[in-house]
Design a protein around this ligand. Structure first.
Ligand SMILES: *[C@@H]1O[C@H](CO)[C@@H](O)[C@H](O)[C@H]1NC(C)=O
Ligand SMILES: *[C@@H]1O[C@H](CO)[C@@H](O)[C@H](O)[C@H]1NC(C)=O
Ligand SMILES: *[C@@H]1O[C@H](CO)[C@@H](O)[C@H](O)[C@H]1NC(C)=O
Ligand SMILES: *[C@@H]1O[C@H](CO)[C@@H](O)[C@H](O)[C@H]1NC(C)=O
Ligand SMILES: *[C@@H]1O[C@H](CO)[C@@H](O)[C@H](O)[C@H]1NC(C)=O
Ligand SMILES: *[C@@H]1O[C@H](CO)[C@@H](O)[C@H](O)[C@H]1NC(C)=O
Ligand SMILES: *[C@@H]1O[C@H](CO)[C@@H](O)[C@H](O)[C@H]1NC(C)=O
Length: 296
């Protein structure tokens, strides 16, 4: 039993758990919702229409429509200052995960005010979409689905939903599909690396450690690639949603915690690899020391 081989085996186990969590975070309601890839905050969607309707631009049919909605709910337009999304029939947030997306409302209120600080605001997930392999997040479809279900007679065109968001998201959907495949491959390879660690725990030879170096390097490359591509998806996706969405009151939040766990898994595989390299050298030296007296 080689105790020094236990540490890389433990690192490998931790990396396996983390990459599982990356793949399955948010796959059902309230399961690791904070580990989203990115979240669309639509709680102020239509803010631009509210602004134009309050500024007296009433010959515009869209602002007329909007005026009617806000009037039907309350006579004071200021009452709409909190939750516009609710009145328009969409949810407060839409969060993309690897296998699905979830949506729901911010509780107690989407906007921080004097009594409710922003750290007190939490997501209350209503539903998640069906789990799909090679899922790609389509914000237009998600919003359209909510509007269809709400029964409020408003279309995305009324909300001036920018086409550029859809075009941009379509351009990077390949990234999200690739990421799913890469996580599956990584999980398989990390599992293989864990199995390969058992012979090295028992046998003290250089061969077992050397085999582990090979398996661990491939697993490290796979999880590193998955992390790099998912990072590109998150950064690019939130950038373009903020670029085109801010003018209609939509903003995107990056999934910082998801990035933290995926890169932690990558770092753990790197440490595993380094430790196996170290083991290979130590195993080599032990053997030499053992053989040396015989020769001399
Ligand atoms: C709407 O007006 C408010 C202030 O009147 C401003 O803070 C906000 O940025 C405007 N929103 C948009 C989308 O123009
Ligand atoms: C808004 O309400 C007014 C009457 O209150 C009505 O004449 C007008 O057609 C409504 N506009 C829309 C877009 O529904
Ligand atoms: C949602 O977005 C609005 C404006 O776009 C912002 O004021 C609000 O703080 C955001 N809410 C959360 C919970 O991030
Ligand atoms: C802040 O928002 C909460 C929840 O909507 C509300 O109950 C409270 O009165 C608000 N506080 C202020 C100062 O507007
Ligand atoms: C969360 O939403 C559910 C309905 O989807 C509701 O019953 C529950 O009260 C909400 N939780 C909070 C804290 O508002
Ligand atoms: C989700 O799956 C259920 C049955 O498993 C199906 O009835 C429903 O239509 C599916 N929803 C979507 C959006 O595909
Ligand atoms: C929403 O409804 C329209 C027609 O009312 C339909 O064409 C569209 O496919 C629906 N979209 C979703 C996502 O259900």
């Amino acid at each position: 039993m080689r105790l020094s081989a236990l540490i890389p085996a433990l690192c490998c186990t931790a990396a396996l758990v983390l990459s599982f969590l990356c793949l399955f975070a948010g796959n059902k309601e309230n399961f690791m919702e904070d580990y989203h890839l990115l979240t669309l905050n639509t709680s102020r969607i239509g803010e631009n229409l509210l602004n134009s309707s309050t500024s007296g631009n009433s010959d515009n049919t869209i602002s007329n429509l909007f005026h009617n909605i806000t009037n039907s709910i309350s006579n004071k337009i200021n009452d709409a200052a909190g939750d516009l999304a609710e009145k328009l029939g969409v949810d407060d947030f839409y969060s993309a995960h690897i296998l699905d997306y979830c949506y729901g409302d911010y509780v107690p209120t989407p906007l921080a005010n004097a009594t409710v600080s922003s750290s007190d605001i939490h997501k209350n997930v209503t539903r998640c979409s069906n789990r799909t392999a090679m899922f790609h997040f389509d914000p237009t479809e998600a919003l359209q689905r909510s509007l269809n279900q709400s029964g409020v007679d408003i279309t995305l065109d009324d909300l001036q939903w920018p086409k550029d968001i859809q075009n941009g998201i379509d351009a990077i959907k390949i990234l999200q599909e690739t990421v799913f495949v890469l996580y599956c491959i990584s999980i398989g390879l990390i599992f293989l690396a864990l199995i390969a660690a058992f012979p090295a725990l028992i046998a003290a030879g250089r061969m077992a450690a050397c085999l582990n170096v090979m398996v661990a390097s491939v697993a490290f490359i796979a999880i590193g690639l998955a992390s790099a591509i998912v990072t590109a998806f998150i950064v690019k996706g939130s950038h373009l949603i903020n670029k085109y969405g801010n003018e209609i009151g939509v903003e995107a939040h990056r999934g910082g915690r998801f990035l933290a766990i995926t890169w932690a898994a990558t770092a753990l595989m790197f440490i595993t690899l380094l430790l196996w390299c170290f083991e290979t050298c130590i195993g080599h030296r032990r053997k030499e020391r053992y053989v040396a007296p015989k020769r001399g």
